[in-house]
Design a protein around this ligand. Structure first.
Ligand SMILES: Cc1cc2nc3c(=O)[nH]c(=O)nc-3n(C[C@H](O)[C@H](O)[C@H](O)COP(=O)(O)O)c2cc1C
Length: 175
């Protein structure tokens, strides 16, 4: 994927605020997934795109889990603040998200349904607190049947600061 002829987009959803990291509630000024997205950009280049919802989630962790559970139950599609104007230009999309209730936040469902990924490669990366990628890779396959989905990486929120080597060797495997 470090092939310079391939244009890479690093699209991610990440929530700042109180989160559950290593068994404790911590206030994250920058979300875990955003940290990983920026590391990927440092390692391979590409363009960052933050998937953001019009309606923001509560700062409180438990409140957010309730809202997110309800959205999952309703199969909601939260409205996004922004679109990728030139998606056709990108060959590879690194797609980052936290594991929410076993898959990605519903905002990422909205994102994946907003574009035609035919012929593109999607490379998932996820941060989590024990559930790994959950069903997210299968969910991407269902939403983007004409894209090539590479094997994703899952990193625990508390391990991100020490994850540079793991991320770099995963990126190498995608080449
Ligand atoms: C609404 C919500 C649901 C979550 N559900 C799960 C889960 O099912 N499994 C898991 O391992 N972690 C779960 N987590 C923890 C997050 O995946 C983890 O803290 C992640 O690193 C947060 O990334 P972010 O800071 O980029 O948003 C959940 C967190 C939230 C806020």
């Amino acid at each position: 994927m470090s092939d310079t002829n391939k244009k890479c987009l690093i699209a991610y959803y990440s929530r700042k605020g109180n989160n559950y990291v290593g068994g404790n509630i911590v206030s994250l000024p920058v979300g875990n997934t955003e940290v990983v997205a920026k590391k990927i950009k440092d390692f391979i280049g590409g363009v960052l795109f933050e998937i953001n919802t019009v309606k923001t989630y509560p700062i409180d962790y438990d409140e957010t889990t309730k809202v997110a559970k309800d959205e999952l139950r309703k199969n909601a599609r939260p409205e996004l603040t922004d679109t990728v104007k030139n998606m056709a230009d990108y060959d590879v999309i690194y797609l980052g998200y936290p594991n929410w209730w076993g898959t990605f936040p519903m905002a990422v469902f909205t994102f994946l349904e907003s574009y035609d990924f035919t012929g593109k490669t999607i490379v998932p990366f996820c941060t989590h607190e024990g559930s790994g990628l959950g069903s997210s890779e299968q969910d991407i396959k269902k939403l983007c049947p004409n894209a090539k989905i590479l094997s994703g990486i899952a990193i625990r929120g508390g391990s991100i600061a020490n994850a540079d080597n793991v991320i770099q060797s995963w990126l190498k495997k995608q080449e």
